[in-house]
Design a protein around this ligand. Structure first.
Ligand SMILES: C[S@@+](CC[C@H](N)C(=O)[O-])C[C@H]1O[C@@H](n2cnc3c(N)ncnc32)[C@H](O)[C@@H]1O
Length: 201
């Protein structure tokens, strides 16, 4: 069974892009966790490969054995290959250097779905770096992670020569994440401030 918060977000993405966008397409899901977003897009006809760190992929492999899998640490590497669509959903704010990760990802497709928690500010240079030492964090997530603003993401898309559309759609909201909010310069990430973009070449 797919979790309801994942189905909510994936259904909105399918509405935005149109279900036919996924039919027969190769799709790489970065930070796939248990592979539920990938499984959703696979049901729309996409040929899905889920990428995550090894520990999380164990559950994804059990849950969705028909999908393909790549073990990879996005802090250090990006797999070889080209995909029709790459999804990068709620993973960038867990990485040590989201900008590096974006530059590594962009050559591998022409169409991206990018979603991240973001800081409530319009300053593209503002970031919040946190270091965790908990065992769970060390196994699944980077000990150091860097949260950024939506302005940072959009300036990176521009620097990479890409076009984008942001979807501040209230239908994406879940109990812990909000998308239909206005910047009020709180300079924090309270209230689940998140953004979602479709990005293309
Ligand atoms: C919040 S979950 C997102 C799951 C799913 N994409 C979604 O949108 O519901 C973040 C995922 O990113 C993965 N992740 C974090 N750091 C990573 C890294 N350095 N390399 C690969 N995956 C990473 C975690 O293991 C986790 O599965």
């Amino acid at each position: 069974m797919l979790s309801s918060t994942i189905i909510t977000r994936c259904k909105v993405i399918a509405d935005i892009l149109g279900k036919q966008t996924f039919r027969g397409k190769t799709l790489l899901e970065l930070g796939a966790r248990h592979g539920d977003c990938g499984a959703f897009f696979s049901r729309l006809g996409a040929k899905v490969t889920c990428l995550d760190r090894p520990k999380n992929l164990k559950k994804a492999k059990e849950k969705h054995p028909k999908l393909k899998f790549i073990e990879c640490d996005l802090n250090n590497e990006f797999p070889e290959g080209q995909w029709d669509i790459i999804t990068n959903m709620l993973t960038l704010h867990h990485l040590a250097d989201p900008e590096w990760a974006l530059w590594k990802m962009f050559p591998h497709s022409d169409l991206f779905i990018i979603e991240s928690r973001v800081i409530n500010s319009d300053d593209p240079h503002l970031f919040i770096q946190t270091t965790k030492t908990m065992k769970r964090q060390q196994e699944n997530y980077s000990p150091t992670k860097k949260a950024c603003t939506a302005a940072f993401f959009e300036s990176t898309f521009k620097d990479c020569g890409l076009q984008w559309e942001r979807h501040d759609d209230a239908r994406l909201n879940t109990p812990f994440l909000r998308y239909d909010w206005k910047v009020t310069e709180t300079k924090n990430m309270n209230r689940g401030t998140s953004r979602l973009w479709t990005v293309w070449r």
